[in-house]
Ligand binder design. Structure first.
Ligand code: ADA
Length: 557
């Protein structure tokens, strides 16, 4: 299942989950989709190309929908290429018209190798898995169908309005006049009819008020279905259902407001990672993570460092869990940001992320470019362009990025005029800091110094988030003298860090690094014990470490 709810009443939708054949290195095995190749014996550390194949029985106008293929895909039907996609963390749809009814061979060539074809998937402190790692489905559509719909709720003079934007795609060989409409809260709202060019796309926009809207709050996350219907010649030929939450995000007086209430974030950085499933967590495992976050008193999750599975975002909507969603990038140097594909792949990821996720009320901020070269002039040009794209696509949410670059005086050095050059570009200032783990500064003093530096370097008057803070521990390693990597040491450091952050009233919240232990790419972090990032509060199998109760105590205090 790609989503946690029915997205169409007209399309015939076929879930393509199940056993496919996967061929790699001249070996063909049966492989479940969605899953990671690394979960298959013999492929635990496989990096490269593999081909997934299965038969489908269908005909007519087909839409092949993939939630995520890591990290590049080339799709064919009966040996004929129908499309490709680069980027593991956003979905893609491939239309194919006039397919003869019958049995066909669907092939997906998957490649997770590092190299010149990807500027964003590089050896890193997280694992780039391989496979059809998220749900995929086949839909039978008409010659014209609704490609996407985006809704932005806004309160105007105390009344709720929605700005709606629908994109209609044509597979027809002739231009067609279409008249989309929206059905919400028992009312119908029509877009202006318009012509869609043969084999083209057309965008429809409308703004309408919704008199009986029920508000979405974190304690009462009411989701409102919106059905967009496409009519041609008086017949309804397609529909696309989404859900919206009537709430607004505001920044006032250096604070963040969600639905009119100031938010104090108690969050976790969560990689899509699991000891049994790799990055392809099934819905039950996603739900368990949300339950554990809630049990610890958490109210937020950061999708470090890439857009997450739509199904997980649906569960966050349903549970009123705040989400900082970010486009894909982690720790890229200026040289890596100068990769010829960096800007295109970054823009594509942002476009696909926002077109796919704009309707999720749980997403309160868009993030990007985690710890990239924001302390360089070239880096600033990139930050400026990409932040500008986010603002073009969605003016209803603030923008932030997590940086680790205060000026060197924060570490007690002289003022060299170095540090982050981009804080003026964002709405919320977010810093990744590790006092007590990577350096011995007292957390409260270090946090105050970073906030002071940020206030003088573009961040003045803006909300401030500690976007990462934490320490490592190997699950089961106990040490009465609190040796490094022991659970006792991690618990002690988290106690000190979180106490300082939660006591600082100028801070709008924290995301602990990190929710669970996660695999890192062996090409990059041999230094990490177990070739894992071990800063999880639970390990990769969700076994709580001693720090779990420290976090729970402090978050619930
Ligand atoms: C950085 C980075 C994280 C992770 C963390 C760590 O802040 O943003 O992805 O690598 O450091 O564990 O050191």
């Amino acid at each position: 299942m790609m989503r946690s709810f029915i997205t169409s009443t007209i399309r015939k939708q076929t879930d393509l989950s199940g056993m496919w054949l996967m061929t790699a290195n001249g070996k063909t095995v049966s492989a479940y989709v969605p899953s990671c190749r690394e979960m298959l014996t013999g492929f635990e550390n496989y990096r490269g190309v593999s081909v997934y194949e299965r038969e489908i029985s269908a005909g007519g106008n087909l839409l092949f929908r993939f939630g995520g293929v890591s990290h590049s895909a080339e799709v064919s039907i009966d040996g004929t290429p129908i499309g490709s996609h680069n980027g593991a963390y956003t979905g893609f749809d491939l239309p194919l018209q006039d397919v003869e009814s019958g049995t066909h061979r669907l092939s997906v060539m998957v490649d997770n190798s590092f190299g010149e074809n990807s500027a964003l998937s590089v050896p890193n402190d997280y694992m780039t898995y391989g496979g059809i790692t998220r749900a995929c489905q086949l839909e039978q559509v008409s010659e014209l169908y609704i490609k996407s719909v985006g809704y932005i709720p806004k309160k105007v003079c105390g009344k709720w309005e929605i700005s709606a934007r629908a994109v209609v795609r044509s597979l027809s060989k002739s231009a067609e006049l279409v008249s989309p409409r929206c059905e919400i809260c028992g009312m119908e709202y029509a877009f202006e009819p318009a012509e869609v060019a043969a084999m083209g796309e057309a965008e429809f926009s409308a703004r309408f008020s919704v008199g009986n809207a029920k508000e979405y709050t974190l304690s009462s996350p009411v989701l409102t279905p919106v059905r967009c219907v496409l009519s041609v010649g008086g017949s309804d030929i397609d529909d696309l259902i989404e859900r919206v939450g009537f709430r607004e995000i505001e920044i006032k007086g250096g604070k963040i407001y969600f639905g009119g209430e100031e938010i104090q974030l108690k969050g976790f950085n969560r990689h899509e990672e699991h000891g049994l499933f790799g990055c392809a967590l099934p819905p039950a495992a996603m739900a368990q993570d949300i339950a554990l976050i809630r049990d610890m008193g958490g109210n937020a999750v950061r999708t470090c460092h890439y857009p997450n599975d739509s199904y997980f975002l649906d569960l966050c909507d349903e549970n009123g869990l705040l989400v900082w969603e970010e486009s894909h990038a982690r720790g890229l140097s200026e040289k890596q940001m100068r990769h010829p594909l960096f800007m295109k792949q970054s823009l594509d990821c942002i476009d696909e992320m926002i077109e796919r996720d704009i309707n999720h009320p749980c997403i309160f901020v868009w993030g990007l470019l985690n710890e990239c070269a924001s302390d360089t002039d070239y880096g600033r040009e990139c930050y400026e362009k990409l932040i500008g794209r986010i603002r073009e696509l969605d003016s209803s949410r603030p923008v932030t990025f997590a940086t680790c670059r205060p000026g060197s005086e924060v570490y007690g050095g002289e003022n060299k005029g170095d540090g982050d050059k981009c804080l003026d570009l964002c709405d919320i200032v977010s810093f990744n800091i590790y006092p007590g783990w990577y350096h011995d500064s007292p957390p409260d003093e270090f946090l105050a110094a970073v906030r002071k530096w940020a206030g003088k370097n573009g961040g003045e008057g803006k909300p401030f988030i500690v976007s990462e803070i934490g320490a490592g521990a190997i699950y089961g390693f106990r040490s009465r003298i609190k040796d490094k990597w022991s659970e006792e040491r991690q618990a002690e450091i988290l106690e000190s860090q979180l106490s300082a952050v939660l006591a600082d009233s100028a801070v709008s919240g924290v995301f602990i690094w990190q929710f669970c232990d996660g695999r890192v790419s062996s090409e990059c972090f041999y230094g990490r014990p177990r070739t894992m990032n071990n800063k999880g509060i639970v390990d990769e199998y969700r076994r709580p470490k001693m720090a779990y109760d420290v976090v729970k105590h402090l978050f619930l205090k």
